[in-house]
Design a protein around this ligand. Structure first.
Ligand SMILES: [Zn+2]
Length: 245
């Protein structure tokens, strides 16, 4: 199941590394229900079932996601897989979104290519959901709030880690990671806001330092799954410590 090639999409696996893709829309324009994009009911079923299967595996095994789900629960925003996730067809090349009005994470079943991609999308959107849970985020009216959450999502979800693995030998790892986070946050904002690139850049730059250094609930930047597992273990120990007081 993991990494199975998606015959409908074709292109080589390297595509995701080369093309800076907008991975998230905070308020995706959801397609009308019951209107499968391909027009083939069978292909819709396949995409949807595959999406559900990948989601289940991600929720059960991915350390980033497990940590975020635990953190949401502890913050009083327990996530229910049936209620808070929705596999749907999406417009364009968007992979996922967080719908704050319904507290639902949308997973774009027509664009999520494989298990690793699913895990990154779920992690990214759960960081928005976590921010939504812990703070009064004004997604629509304050672009700096959106910018902050996008910086955190790009920084902590592993969106920039895959690229890092390749570039770390050529550039300073830290510098490249920051540049990648900034660029992705700007792209994500431009995907959902009708504002100029300059305004988006300004919003990201204004919040960058504080939001880049806010690693909650990970406690550190989880550069790979091993770090994420350590972070999850630390989080559970933190939990245990507090519950013993
Ligand atoms: Zn996002």
């Amino acid at each position: 199941m993991a990494g199975a090639p998606d015959s409908a999409k074709g292109p080589a696996a390297g595509e995701q590394l080369q093309q800076p893709q907008v991975s998230c829309q905070v308020f995706p324009e959801r397609l009308a229900q019951g209107n499968p994009q391909q027009g083939f009911f069978s292909s819709f079923i396949t995409h949807n079932q595959k999406c559900q299967q990948m989601l289940l595996k991600t929720v059960e095994t991915n350390p980033y996601v497990k940590l975020l789900l635990d953190a949401m629960k502890r913050s009083g925003c327990a996530v229910n897989k049936e209620r808070h996730f929705s596999c749907e067809d999406c417009n364009g090349n968007v992979s996922g979104g967080f719908d704050a009005s319904t507290s639902q994470i949308v997973l774009c079943q027509n664009n999520i290519r494989n298990q690793a991609h699913m895990s990154r999308v779920v992690t990214h959107e759960l960081i928005h959901a976590f921010d939504h849970c812990r703070a009064h985020v004004h997604w629509f009216t304050n672009v700096r709030h959106l910018a902050c959450s996008e910086v955190r999502a790009a920084n902590l979800s592993g969106d920039c880690s895959l690229v890092n693995e390749i570039f770390r030998l050529r550039f300073g790892l830290k510098q490249h990671h920051q540049t990648c986070v900034r660029d992705r946050a700007i792209l994500s904002i431009l995907a959902v806001r009708n504002i100029s690139k300059e305004v988006a850049e300004k919003a990201v730059d204004e919040v960058f330092e504080s939001c880049f250094n806010d690693h909650e609930p990970f406690g550190r930047i989880p550069h790979n799954e091993k770090y994420a597992r350590y972070a999850h273990r630390d989080f559970q120990n933190r939990d245990r410590y507090y519950s013993n007081i």
